[in-house]
Design a protein around this ligand. Sequence first.
Ligand SMILES: [Zn+2]
Ligand SMILES: [Zn+2]
Length: 278
Amino acid sequence: MLCMDKRADLHIHTNASDGALSPHQVVMAAAEASLAAIAITDHDTVDGIDEALNAGDETGVEVVPGIEISAIYGEKTEVHMLGYFIDHHYKPLLDQLHVLKNARFNRGVKIVEQLNAAGVPVVLERVLELAEGGAVGRPHVARAIVEIGAASSIDSAFGKYLVEGTPGYVERYKITPAEAMSLIRESGGVACCAHVAKLNRDELLVELIEDGLQAIEAYHPNHSGAASRFYRGFAKKRGLMVTGGSDAHCLNSDNSTSVGDVTVPYEVVEQLKIAAGK
Ligand SMILES: [Zn+2]
Ligand SMILES: [Zn+2]
């Protein structure tokens, strides 16, 4: 039987961050998968949104301007905060994303300097090349370390040189979940905590509600059916909206998902729109 339900995939990465497909290609894939709507939620950047919106106009796929901000709670609990229906041209948002990007770049430079000082001849230019103009991160340094033969694998490069207590460790610039949510909400968006079962910190979620959390992502490829049901109930009890998506990066690897692998009913988009006052 043909399913005529309108569906939406509300968590997708493009090559503006660490996805493999361009924003245009992502929208084409969404059209191919007969999705009514998708959200572009790149890590700490909105650079892919305009291209996706244009492709959306061409194909009739509704594109929700979004973002996934990497925040840190406490010492090192990574909390990914999704923003939906943000104004992606809002200056204070762009300024803050710029600060994050610079901080990441500076951290990359500092890691390479420290490694060089410790006798590991990693070359900054090569690290930047591996980042392909995107956000510089430790995975790129790790690849450069493996390339020069200073470690046998990415994992061993991390363990020997990049984690706390090793020569290349540099603390990262932190934005808290509360700050990420304020930024999203000031930008006209709805703040949603990503892959909450993966985070597995329900008491933290309760705290985040007080700081402005409006939704949780209950449907995600890493969530079991039981986990999704649990978080649906959790959301209902606390008046949160429930979202879901594929977290597609479309990479050629076993654990990479594709556009449309996890979807929610289109009504969720309508709820988010109302919450964002759009
Ligand atoms: Zn995430
Ligand atoms: Zn993601």
